[in-house]
Write a protein that binds this ligand. Structure first.
Ligand code: GLN
Length: 488
């Protein structure tokens, strides 16, 4: 079986038909990781014994005829998800020796489904970043060009899937961290509606924005994995209780009459010519599939980045206060008193970007500045929500580029935080509104690097978004292309 061009659905079928065992599959992926990941840095942890034990259990389940669609499938998990007995670092020195005593809800769901944990993937520290350069565990490299970034913060998950070191990987998206790395690595990625995937055991960055999701080569595979990930969980107070849905149910529905909204603000400068060309070609493909274009406006798009960089750090400064060196995490070895211990533990345990966010967040929440920054940002957030509400009276789905450019060079933006923050200009507003968003491969630009097309839908329209993506993937093969190193 050639893992470089076998989809998750095909793997599942091969397992059910006993053409391959889960143990063989797990071994094959672990072998690929051992052979190819040293040049990429996509994984922080693998644990052959644990993975193979799960594989044996899955094989027994398949033999007994009680297997589900994901039984025996290895899935890589972003190292932000707590998994019992696994080192769970969130890309930080702060948690570099934290072995989780419990499972995140997402991990529990995969366990119930009989999927295997293939390993834990690298990420920007505490999910803060757009390039995977802030990880304590080193940069991740883009499998299409090892001198470029894979995107972030779910860069390890995206690079792993792009190099076919895993059939799918979990990820999280606070301001674009699923869609942006998926775009830069030439794979598909979905961020569901806020509240669909439980945040229990998913290490918190900015709680009102964080949402778990998945990256995989195709929309079809995303749907299969989403069916397992989504689910109500009373331990997350923002978890949404609604009837179970089959995210693959609408995949083949025709697109005739689909109204595609194109936000003027996503196409007026600020997008590189190669990305623009690829997006235009994709839109023409959609017209051939029966869709029509509607020009729309999201007038507050330019404010999304500044609003996010008030709200996300504010929430982060509160969430990260739990890392005090007392209960878990890094503790300084020398200190004079309790306050000194806190200070030194945090000074040593957090990297520069995390410190920058905590300082900004503390500042905007402090007395005298709260009204001027935090409250004001909350108000603009409401305007952004209203922009989308209005847009969805005019169209069924919104499309545009996922990112302004193809993958940038390692080190290119790491000394200029503002430039780095602007690389999420097209993804951030979706989190502020809590909407579902998807990125799919739509050709190649400068340097032969992948371009991502972003699809934004109304609340709970995941099945429809996956349908819109899938129809495109039936008539194009961008999602099936792999970087040269993946077929080595
Ligand atoms: N790049 C954005 C940030 O640094 C988004 C990260 C994310 O979605 N986790 O905050």
């Amino acid at each position: 079986m050639n893992l470089a061009n076998t989809s998750l659905r095909q793997l599942a079928q091969a397992l059910q038909a006993r053409q391959v065992s889960s143990r063989e599959l797990a071994q094959a992926y672990l072998e690929r990781i051992a052979r190819l990941d040293s040049g990429l840095g996509a994984f922080i942890t693998t644990d052959h014994e644990r993975t193979l034990a799960q594989a044996d259990a899955a094989d027994a389940r398949i033999a007994s005829g009680t297997a589900g669609p994901l039984t025996g499938i290895p899935i890589a998990h972003k190292d932000i998800f707590c998994a019992q007995g696994w080192l769970t670092t969130c890309g930080s020195k702060m948690l570099s020796s934290f072995v989780s005593p419990y499972d995140a809800h997402v991990i529990e769901q995969f366990e119930v489904a009989g999927a295997l944990i293939l390993g834990k993937t690298n990420m920007d520290e505490f999910a803060m970043g757009s390039s995977n350069e802030t990880s304590f565990y080193g940069q991740v490299k883009n499998p299409w060009d090892l001198t470029r970034v894979p995107g972030g913060s779910s860069g390890g998950s995206a690079a792993a899937v792009a190099a076919r070191l895993a059939p799918a990987a979990t990820a999280t998206d606070t301001g674009g961290s699923i869609r942006q790395p998926a775009a830069l690595c030439g794979i598909s990625g979905i961020k569901p509606t806020y509240g669909l995937v439980s945040r229990y055991g998913m290490i918190a960055y900015a709680s009102s924005l964080d949402q778990g999701g998945v990256v995989a080569p195709s929309a079809d595979d995303l749907g299969l994995v989403l069916n397992t990930m989504v689910g109500f969980d009373a331990r997350d107070s923002t978890s949404i209780e609604r009837p179970r849905e089959d995210y693959t149910a609408l995949l083949d529905q025709p697109l005739k009459g689909l109204r595609i909204g194109l936000p003027r603000e996503f196409f007026s400068g600020g997008v590189s010519a190669d990305v623009e060309r690829a997006i235009e070609a994709a839109l023409q493909e959609y017209e051939r599939l029966g869709a029509t274009r509607v020009e729309i406006s999201l007038p507050n798009t330019a404010l999304s980045v500044p609003v996010y960089y008030v709200l996300a750090p504010a929430e982060a400064s509160s969430n990260l206060s739990r890392f005090d060196g007392v209960r878990y995490g890094w503790r300084a070895s020398r200190y004079t008193d309790l306050a000194d211990m806190y200070e030194r533990s945090r000074a040593e345990g957090f990297g520069p970007e995390v410190k920058r966010r905590i300082l900004t967040g503390t500042y905007v929440l402090s007395r005298g500045y709260y009204d001027a920054y935090y409250l004001q940002a909350q108000r603009v957030r409401r305007l952004i929500v209203n922009d989308f509400k209005h847009a969805f009276t005019q169209c069924d789905v919104i499309m545009g580029p996922s990112t302004p450019t193809v993958a940038f060079g390692l080190g290119e933006k790491s000394s200029d935080p503002i430039q780095m923050y602007l690389s999420d200009i097209f993804t951030i507003s979706v989190n502020l509104a809590g909407l579902p968003g998807l990125s799919i491969p739509a050709g190649f630009g400068e340097g032969g690097l992948p371009v991502g097309l972003q699809l934004i839908g109304d609340y709970f329209s995941e099945a429809r978004l996956l349908n819109v993506a899938h129809r495109y993937q039936q008539v194009t093969d961008w999602h099936a292309r792999v970087p040269a190193l993946a077929s080595a």
